[in-house]
Ligand binder design. Sequence first.
Ligand code: KIV
Length: 270
Amino acid sequence: MNKITAGDIKKKKNKEKIIMLTAYDYSFAKILDEAGLDIILVGDSMANVVLGIKQTRRISLTEMYQHTRAVAYGTKRSLVVADMPYSAYQRKPQDCLKHARKFLKLGADAVKIEWFGAKNSKDCFYVVGKLIKNGIPVMGHIGLTPQTVHLLGGYRVQGRSKPAAEELLRQAKILQNLGVFSLVLECIPYPLARKITASLKIPTIGIGAGKYCDGQVLVLYDFLGLYSEKKPRFVRVYRDFSREIKKAVIEFSRDIRKGKFPSKPESFFS
Ligand code: KIV
């Protein structure tokens, strides 16, 4: 079984749907990898669903490094993409290469960069261009970009007006020209996602962007019903594991109170 590369993902455009989920630790990464996922994203959504931090921009580089390494240990075949946190490239864009190289050293195969900066700011082009020129495979991310959600009017659908839609198309083309191997489209109307997808040579991966993208991604904890905050409309909960876990904990507590756990075979005699 060969390791999936960024090039393999690019070649799937117009051939095969790309399947991506997030993971943040060794055990989940191993399950997703064995289940045949194309891409495992060590998303900075970890801030919300694992660490309980409300804003993803507040997650630290150290936290992202640690969990990227854990995911890489659990993955043999899927492409591991590390989400570069805000502090890795938006605070000091000139340091982006140093941080991206560290993610690759820890086992990531590629990094993801959210679009950032004012309309004609050159910072985002600088970062993406610099990484790609130095051989780092980069996945782009446009639309609702949580690291700069405060500049987007909150967690809401992006690209609804004509100028906003044109701006997203422009960003997509710039990123393609800079050489990203794929592009996440988050929370945009599906006709716009369809238009962007059709106008690009690289694959798009949607989240809240409808079915015409070249692939789909969800946050693992949403998908498994493990995150109890408000469920976004675009999430489908495939299994409600929070209910299962609560049931298991109640059973465990009952068994201990009744003296049924541990049993003899679960104990040592000498
Ligand atoms: O951090 C994350 O989980 C993401 C996905 C929602 C694409 O960026």
